[in-house]
Design a protein around this ligand. Structure first.
Ligand SMILES: [Ca+2]
Ligand SMILES: [Ca+2]
Ligand SMILES: [Ca+2]
Length: 276
């Protein structure tokens, strides 16, 4: 898997790629080969842009601010994973779309602030995952298949330790994916301070992607005292963590994350494979 700033959109033989990484350079959306629409802002915490992983996130403060990946090509199967910060005060926003060659939406993901849910739509149906809290980070993984005829969406965030899923039927027999959009694609909403923020996009043809390791602040694949130090350093303004320091997934890096990481370590959940 390629690793790039904020999010990605590279292409590999085995599938699509995108990723995220700690980069000391300026945050960039250059990996998005379809470019930006509007003016989404790639930035770091010092720029006032929250991030889930690494140095950079992508913030959208108004509708029609998003980036596009045109790497997919007539795909009959498709997987994508991204993180979204639910920084809306009112309304709803389409935060992700996968499109066919005619720019018709094959997958549409909407965050509905009022209903507190993510809505997942195929060309023929829709479903949702509820109990979504505003101003929190959530991971969303999409597993779309023309042959299976459905979209399976897996959601987890706000510090939760289990997934919520929705299986949506209605994928059409001629549906295909040729592009993807991530950001505030459309919809009417008002934002809270941080607005909508996106991070850590990855897409592939077949294999499951999974979540990044929550609280692995130094990104070494395990959770231990080294992460406690790295979180502390970011809290004190010394250095920005290279991994996932926002262990309680609330957009702040503070003592709450120090406590959460400590609890993970002391509860013997050091291994990122522990599933929490
Ligand atoms: Ca990032
Ligand atoms: Ca670690
Ligand atoms: Ca936090």
């Amino acid at each position: 898997m390629n690793i790039k700033t904020f999010a990605l959109a590279g292409f590999a033989v085995a599938g699509f790629v995108a990723a995220d990484a700690a980069m000391a350079q300026a945050c960039s959306i250059a990996a998005w080969n379809g470019g930006p629409t509007g003016t989404p802002a790639a930035g770091r915490p010092a720029d006032g842009v929250a991030r889930y992983s690494g140095q950079c996130g992508l913030r959208a403060t108004a509708t029609a601010q998003y980036v596009t990946d045109t790497t997919p090509a007539a795909e009959p199967t498709f997987r994508a994973r991204f993180y979204v910060y639910t920084g809306l005060a009112t309304g709803s926003a389409v935060v992700y779309e996968a499109l066919n060659a005619s720019n018709a939406a094959m997958i549409r993901v909407t965050y509905d602030r009022g209903a507190g849910q993510f809505v997942f739509a195929t060309t023929g149906s829709n479903g949702n995952v509820g109990s979504i809290t505003a101003d929190r980070w959530y991971s969303i993984e999409l597993n779309w298949s023309r042959s299976a005829g459905n979209l399976v969406a897996t959601v987890r965030g706000a510090g939760a330790t289990t997934d919520s899923t929705a299986t949506v039927t209605g994928v059409g027999g001629t549906d295909q994916i040729d592009a993807a959009r991530l950001g505030w694609v459309s919809g009417t909403a008002t934002t809270n301070t941080r607005a909508l923020v996106f991070d850590a996009y990855d897409s592939r043809r077949a294999s499951a992607i999974g979540r990044l390791c929550r609280g692995d602040a130094n990104n070494d694949g395990t959770r231990n005292s080294g992460d406690q130090i790295v979180v502390r350093n970011e809290v004190f303004g010394t250095t920005v963590a290279s991994g996932q320091p926002d262990a309680n997934e609330d957009g702040n890096i503070n003592s709450g994350d120090q406590i959460t990481v400590r609890n993970l370590v002391f509860n013997a959940q050091n291994a990122c494979t522990s599933g929490v």
